[in-house]
Write a protein that binds this ligand. Structure first.
Ligand code: NAD
Length: 444
């Protein structure tokens, strides 16, 4: 079977590599020449555990090209994994996927299945089929299948090889048979439904996870007010199998390329159809507020950041990825800069991408120690293991004032209690070192 994949981003590249790992031969197409050049040199343009290793291992089964016509013309299956970013009004921008549909129509010379892996609003697969059929240059039969992706960045390879389910939204038996064949070497259960339902499964699943995050963050905010501890609350909730223990870590909100845009897109789609999904609206509002929670906490200690040295640990939207899309660092750092702070940042893999946006307005530190040295306050935005394992005593030793404001609850409050750091986290009581108590009350 000849398989092509359109788009070599987090989804397309991981899908292609995992299909190759399970015995398929795959041609990947991307319009980004730089990416394709890197890939042809055996370098993954994105950071994802195991990805580059598996790319090398299966290099005889994967080809990377920029010329789509060669790839699509005689493919049996074309998997589409291009971006569907957010438009200003919150709706999904379908320009890239529509473009691929036209490219497919222009080039295919034999019957094939087009599987849409990109996250698309309900009804989009029907529209893609229409675009392809209206623009076909040869008399061939095209089946469009919705095949949404559920991988998470940071564990994308594992999530694909050991996925919990493969969702297929099909309108013909032939398409179902071919798609089952694509995944025949994956030992993963199928959920087969129609295209609209498959598209909805993806949004409903993502938005439910985002809702869970916003819910626990609101509970955490109340815990701070009423003197409860969110970690114990999450543990007590998560042990109930009806709730489950995942996505119950309170923090400074969700980010990344999916939850923010997928919540807004579903909300937009509902509004467009004269319906309001109130839970999704609340999810979005809570998250917006949560993202700047650390700065609000810091204002207890400083009226202004002007002239202060601020250490920022963690730039990516979560650990295990170099992706900065919708990361809290992107919301908070401009506020701090505007207020006159001098900022030292550290992240194990995200700094190169960050440099593309904030060229020289912040200092890039090569270690956590370097970032916190002489800092007046340290913000933690991402729970990288290097940060979680960092010796707490070093904050006291190296910082100008050991004020640590942790948006990811990296440290055990009990442990911090006996040190001299002033420690603020999410949904747990603030801990103020004995020597610092007086200064905190005075507020500097
Ligand atoms: P991405 O931005 O990382 O990659 C998209 C790629 O498509 C880019 O490399 C771009 O150059 C390429 N592209 C654009 N137009 C093209 C064309 N005409 N032909 C070939 N390539 C083209 O995107 P991503 O994060 O991989 O997401 C892709 C889709 O999958 C989105 O709809 C997203 O919502 C969905 N998704 C993403 C994740 C995730 O964790 N990133 C998880 C599940 C689903």
């Amino acid at each position: 079977m000849k398989i092509s994949v359109a788009g070599t981003g987090y989804v397309g590249l991981v899908t292609a590599v995992c299909l190759a790992e399970n015995g398929n031969t795959v041609t990947c197409v991307d319009i980004n020449e730089e990416k394709v050049k890197l890939l042809n040199n055996g370098v993954s343009p994105i950071y994802e555990p195991q990805l580059e290793e598996l790319m090398w291992k299966n290099s005889d089964k994967i080809t990377f090209v920029t010329e789509y016509s060669e790839a699509y013309k005689d493919s049996d299956v074309i998997i589409v994994a291009v971006g569907t970013p957010e438009r200003k009004d919150g709706s999904a921008n379908l320009q890239y996927i529509n473009e691929v549909a036209k490219q497919i129509a222009n080039t295919v010379i034999k019957d094939c299945v087009v599987a849409i892996k990109s996250t698309v609003p309900i009804g989009t697969n029907d529209k893609i089929e229409k675009i392809i059929k209206e623009n076909l240059k040869h008399e061939v039969n095209i089946d469009v299948v919705s095949n949404p992706e559920f991988l998470a960045q940071g564990s994308a390879v594992k999530d694909t090889l050991e996925a919990t389910r493969i969702v297929l939204g099909v309108e013909s038996e032939n398409a179902e048979k071919i798609m089952r064949d694509v995944y025949k070497n994956f030992d993963i259960p199928f959920v087969v439904t129609n295209r609209n339902s498959a598209e909805m499964i993806k949004y409903a699943a993502n938005d439910f996870l985002a809702l869970k995050v916003s819910y626990i963050n609101e509970i955490a905010n109340l815990c701070e007010i009423v003197g409860a501890n969110i970690e114990d609350v999450s543990k007590g909730m998560g042990m109930d199998p009806r709730i489950g223990d995942k996505f119950l870590n309170a923090g400074i909100g969700y980010g990344g390329s999916c939850f923010p845009k997928d919540t807004k897109a579903l909300h937009w789609l509902a509004n467009y159809n004269d319906y309001e999904i109130k839970t999704i609206k609340a999810t979005i509002d809570v998250n917006e507020n949560q993202k700047i929670k650390l700065i609000k906490k810091a204002r207890k200690y400083f009226n202004s950041f002007n002239g202060l040295t601020v250490a920022v640990l963690g730039l990516t939207f979560k650990p295990g990825t170099d992706d900065l899309r919708e990361a809290p660092s992107l919301t908070n750092i401009p506020i701090l800069l505007e207020d006159g702070a001098k900022i030292n940042v550290w992240d194990p893999v995200g700094m190169d991408n960050f440099k593309k946006v904030f060229t020289d307005s912040v200092n890039y530190s090569s270690s956590i120690e370097e970032a916190i040295t002489n800092a007046d306050v340290c913000f933690i935005f991402t729970e990288w293991s290097d940060i979680k394992e960092f010796e707490i005593g070093k904050y006291v030793k190296l910082m100008n004032r050991p004020l640590v404001i942790d948006g990811r609850n990296c440290y055990d409050v009990e442990k911090v209690m006996n040190t001299d750091i002033i420690y603020e986290s999410i949904g747990r009581k603030a801990t103020i070192g004995i020597k610092e108590t007086e200064k905190v009350q005075l507020k500097i």
